[in-house]
Ligand binder design. Structure first.
Ligand SMILES: *Cc1c(COP(=O)(O)O)cnc(C)c1O
Length: 402
């Protein structure tokens, strides 16, 4: 089934990019666990290398299992090409590497994923690539950060972990007016809830470690495009730098994709209930969740976003100390970084995922010491709420080292 058949999103996730008769009728794509592929004769090998003939050569360049995954994700995003990568960071760094050079400038969301920011600040700066970090939800700030040498506008929406929503249509207009590419990290909502190509994005990337795989058992990423030249440039860089995916890892993600819509529906309906519970709790100071009507990003639900997703952050009264107490007291939720799996994960960005930023940069990005990030999973909502209720009531500390 191709991605253009106009089916519903559940049907598309289950059948998109899959043709069982491509592989002997196999309904699940086989794992082609082979690093290299034989040629029938020298002429065939030469033709494959010259691109005169299709067919596989070597798994870092292409592999049938990886191709099936790429076709499925490209179809879900409404793109034409995808390149699966060994991690989300392999996708992010391939973008920076492919489209910057000394003197180039990048504008990015200030509260973006920690390492995505750190490699720009600490590594690409060594090659004279300059970066400005702004709250891209503030379109005037985004406009003001643009320079003649800006090559990339890199947006995460909602941001991690501040849950700020950027209007992608407007961001695309600003990027394109300055001849820059709009790159969207769509990890937090997945193509099930947000399709950035519809709003003008040039490159959509994911950490597939999160929602696309969904089971906390794989690290992987993907780069999706709808333009042959961008795809060719990214493919050239990625395949030569070597951050490509392994066939077994690709197969696991492909299996996870089939249930993406069901998982996201469940996690999102849980998150709405959890957010309302937190908001009504006296120990909670604030809740950031686009599903709440007072959230500034709420207005983009129905246009840019099909729903608010299942990521939220909140602050408890008493700051860092009180927050640590909550984290140490949960019993159903797991104290761990990462997100987007069937299990609810809770973490503390200032000491964990965003510890690599300076305290000043964290403050500027709105990541306070008391901020707790919660990735709501697919459990029974009453169990999640009861878990938070006992943790917020200063229940017995459940320190797992004890
Ligand atoms: C996790 C994450 C990444 C990095 O992905 P890895 O698979 O861990 O390399 C990038 N962006 C966002 C928004 C993420 O959540």
């Amino acid at each position: 089934m191709s991605g253009n058949d106009n089916h519903g999103r559940h049907t598309e996730a289950i059948h998109g990019g899959l043709d069982p008769f491509r592989f002997e009728g196999a309904v699940s794509v086989p794992i082609f666990q082979s690093s290299t592929f034989a040629f029938k004769n020298t002429e065939q090998g030469a033709n494959r290398f010259a691109g005169k003939e299709g067919g596989y050569i070597y798994t870092r360049l292409a592999n049938p299992t990886v191709d099936a995954l790429q076709e499925s994700v490209a179809a879900m995003e409404g793109g034409t090409h995808a390149l699966a990568t060994a991690s989300g960071m392999a996708a992010v760094s391939a973008v920076y590497f492919a489209f910057t050079e000394p003197g180039a400038h990048v504008v990015a969301s200030s509260a973006m994923y920690g390492p995505s920011r750190v490699i720009l600040e600490k590594e690409f700066s060594r090659f004279k690539v300059d970066a400005t970090f702004v709250n891209t939800a503030d379109l005037d700030a985004l406009q003001a950060a643009m320079r003649p040498e800006t090559k990339l506008v890199y947006v995460e929406t909602p941001t991690n972990p501040t849950i700020e929503v950027t209007d992608l249509t407007r961001a695309a207009e600003i990027a394109h007016a300055g001849d820059a590419l709009l790159v969207v990290d769509n990890t937090f909502l997945s193509p099930y809830l947000q399709r950035p190509f519809r709003h003008g994005a040039d490159i959509v990337l994911h950490s597939m470690t999160k929602f696309l795989n969904g089971h906390a058992d794989v690290v992987a990423g993907i780069l999706v495009t709808k333009d042959d030249d961008l795809h060719a440039r990214l493919g050239y860089v990625l395949k030569n730098l070597g951050g490509t995916i392994d066939p077994h890892q690709a197969w696991l993600v492909h299996r996870g994709l089939r249930t993406l819509p069901m998982r996201m529906e469940r996690a999102q309906s849980n998150a709405i209930l959890v957010a309302k519970f937190l908001q009504s709790h006296e120990a909670v100071e604030w809740v950031n969740y686009p599903g709440l009507p007072e959230h500034p990003g709420h207005a983009l639900i129905g246009s840019q976003m099909a729903g608010p997703g299942s990521l939220l952050s909140f602050g408890v009264k008493g700051g860092l100390e009180a927050g640590a107490r909550v984290l140490n007291s949960v019993r159903v939720m797991i104290l761990a970084v990462s997100l987007g799996g069937v299990e609810s994960l809770i973490q503390h960005p200032a000491s964990m995922t965003h510890a690599g930023m300076t305290p000043e940069a964290r403050e500027a990005a709105g990541i306070s010491d008391g901020l707790i990030r919660l990735s709501v999973g697919c459990e029974n909502p009453e169990d999640l709420i009861a878990d938070l209720e006992q943790a917020l009531a200063w229940g017995p500390v459940n320190d797992r080292t004890a």
